[in-house]
Design a protein around this ligand. Sequence first.
Ligand code: ADP
Ligand code: MG
Length: 236
Amino acid sequence: MSEAAPMLKVRDLNAWYGESHILHGVDFDVSEGEVVTLLGRNGAGKTTTLKSIIGLVTRRTGSILYRGTEMAQRRPDAIARAGIALCPEERGIFASLSVAENLTLPPVIAPGGLDIATLYTLFPNLKERARSQGTRLSGGEQQMLAIARILRTGARLLMLDEPTEGLAPVIVQQIGRTIREIKARGFTVLLVEQNFRFAATVADRHYVVENGRVVDMIHNAELAANMTKLHEYLGV
Ligand SMILES: Nc1ncnc2c1ncn2[C@@H]1O[C@H](COP(=O)(O)OP(=O)(O)O)[C@@H](O)[C@H]1O
Ligand SMILES: [Mg+2]
């Protein structure tokens, strides 16, 4: 790995929902161009970590350095404009809008995003369904749309929360190809996954989250050698 400062450097991140203290000092880095996962059991704090980075928790402390700038005191809109995007687990597709309308809804925040023609090349299904209503899409198509519309905005760090959840194996493979393509185009991805078999097909490194902390880091090349440990962490 290069000596360059990481794109995202999270240190001693603590987060609360109301009075509930959920994250207890999360530390990790993501370098530009990497695909990095947060793995962990249900309730470990993976989603909360993503939400804390973008500012969607009641309160957070610690440091979130993005390209050298501190984000921990900023509001969600300012963090989004800096180039960090969250693709939430529930995907957030507007049911009453068409695919094309959903695609162009988020504002462009910076140059460097993909144009509609490129997105339709990357996601041919979305092109076919451009005029369909959001509600008429399959789960896989909704996930593709949720990813595609972020790629248009110029965001450079994409945080994807369990993009494969509930999808059929063939669609999961398609999402995997999409993530590898995004990486090839220079985007950086922070991916939350429970499915480490899938994570292994796309990621450079994995952080293990347990009880609101990062407890381990495993390079993807070392994943096979760490299977026993990983099974224990994930309880699978
Ligand atoms: N909106 C909320 N209010 C209060 N507690 C929450 C809320 N969302 C999640 N939690 C709690 O925070 C903990 C971490 O949840 P979460 O980050 O969603 O876990 P993961 O994504 O790893 O499954 C869990 O104990 C969960 O019950
Ligand atoms: Mg979650």
